[in-house]
Design a protein around this ligand. Structure first.
Ligand SMILES: Cc1cc2nc3c(=O)[nH]c(=O)nc-3n(C[C@H](O)[C@H](O)[C@H](O)COP(=O)(O)OP(=O)(O)OC[C@H]3O[C@@H](n4cnc5c(N)ncnc54)[C@H](O)[C@@H]3O)c2cc1C
Length: 381
């Protein structure tokens, strides 16, 4: 039951895999971590005509990038009004960058992979709305309107909240594997190659050393493990999900999230409902680098699914993955090493919302590693 339901999709099931690193190699750029963020850095380096080696300890998107809710939401983890209060107007710039990323992704992937069906933020979860969250939805909508970003009120069968028509849904594993497929063989991408140490000019792995002048580390929830010096700035959190047997079409019309975003669900083309959340009810337990599912969070998800669907669900899959959280929700883009051999820049800490922010940050990390271009202020450097 620990396989993600996304892996049942045909493009994932028929993924043949990529060979491990066959020994020492030299390239212009080395990217560590082949989730959606690392793949964006690989793609950006190739676009500049550079040679690239990309490494992952497991399968491409075998971590959170292939095991998440599949929400493609504008902005970062804090809702826009909250992000502006914390970081200033750069939060709006990041919001626009993520919408541009969504357009780019939609165009780059096979038609229909990205479903531009919007999202709904609920005040609470189906049932009586949470009045405090109704007010927060209003403040959220006001910030979006003030900056010319589409938003509508929602009052419907799922409850009360707002609709964000620009947002989208995807099978995140299909998204990443289709991207990797497009980049091979222009880039040398290697699975099952764990990186053990990263320094200026050299990336050491269990299979050999990659010599590269620019290194981008894009391992999000594994940052504290690989780069303990970032342990004060990013913490590993477990997030859990489950999938149900097919529900009636339209039961969840688009990605839906409520209870301040702690619970979230979408229905895939086969009618299955994929639901995640409950972290806030088990805060202490979920600060962990374990990816085992737990009875408490899974029971919460079953209750949340029953409220959404009107009946207890038949559960087919349960899974979890690690992500990185920062203190104020602002992602990191940090130059962790610099020397005659080159520069190492680490990105991550998307605080649970990295499907679009991750690629934006990873491109900034590549520019920082290659030419020293300081990252935009919406990233903490
Ligand atoms: C259950 C869940 C639901 C989520 N839902 C959403 C959502 O709906 N929308 C959204 O935007 N975000 C969501 N997120 C967050 C999102 O998944 C992450 O922010 C995003 O996937 C981060 O992508 P990444 O490529 O930076 O890192 P990851 O996906 O974590 O990929 C890092 C890769 O690095 C590899 N790696 C790690 N250590 C090493 C090493 N030492 N050597 C080599 N390789 C290594 C891993 O194997 C992994 O493949 C969710 C996360 C989870 C877990």
């Amino acid at each position: 039951m620990t396989a993600a339901a996304w892996d049942d999709a045909e493009p994932v099931a028929r993924w043949r895999g990529l060979p491990p690193l066959p020994g020492d190699r030299t390239a212009d750029v080395c990217v560590v971590g082949l989730g959606a963020s690392g793949l964006a850095a690989v793609e950006a380096a190739l676009a500049q005509g550079l040679s690239v080696v990309g490494l992952d300890a497991g399968r491409v998107a075998g971590g959170a990038a292939g095991r998440n809710g599949g929400f493609l939401l504008g902005g970062a983890a804090p809702f826009l009004h909250d992000a502006i209060a914390r970081w200033g107007d750069v939060a709006v710039t990041l919001y626009r960058e993520t919408l541009a990323e969504l357009d780019r992704l939609t165009a780059a992937l096979p038609a229909g992979t990205v479903r531009r069906i919007g999202s709904i933020r609920l005040a609470g979860w189906p049932g009586a709305p949470d009045e405090r969250e109704v007010d927060d939805c209003r403040a959220h909508a006001a910030a979006l309107r003030e900056h010319g970003i589409a938003v509508e009120d929602y009052d419907g069968p799922l409850g009360t909240g707002i609709v964000l028509p620009d947002d989208a849904a995807v099978n995140p594993a299909v998204r990443a594997l289709a991207t990797a497929q497009r980049l091979v063989p222009a880039a040398a991408l290697h699975e099952h190659t764990a990186v053990t140490a990263v320094g200026p000019g050299a990336v050491r792995t269990t299979r050999g050393t990659v010599h590269a002048g620019a290194v981008v580390v894009a391992v999000d929830g594994r940052l504290p493990a690989l780069l303990p010096e970032l342990g004060e700035r990013v913490r590993t959190v477990r997030l859990q999900m489950l999938a149900t047997a097919a529900a009636p079409p339209g039961a969840v019309p688009c990605p839906v999230y409520g209870r301040w975003g702690y619970d979230y669900a979408q229905q895939d083309a086969a009618g299955r409902v994929l639901i995640g959340g409950g972290r806030d009810r088990f805060v202490d337990e979920e600060w962990t680098d374990s990816v085992a599912v737990t009875d408490g969070v899974q029971a919460h998800l079953e209750t949340a699914a029953a409220r959404l669907l009107g009946a207890p669900p038949a559960v087919t899959h349960r899974w979890a993955a690690s992500v990185g959280y920062t203190g104020d929700g602002r992602p990191l883009c940090v130059r962790v090493a610099d020397g005659p051999g080159g520069a190492v820049v680490a990105v991550g800490g998307y605080s649970g919302t990295g499907n679009l922010v991750g690629p934006v940050a990873a491109r900034a990390a590549l520019a920082y590693a290659l030419s020293g271009t300081a990252p935009p202020a919406y990233l903490a450097s």
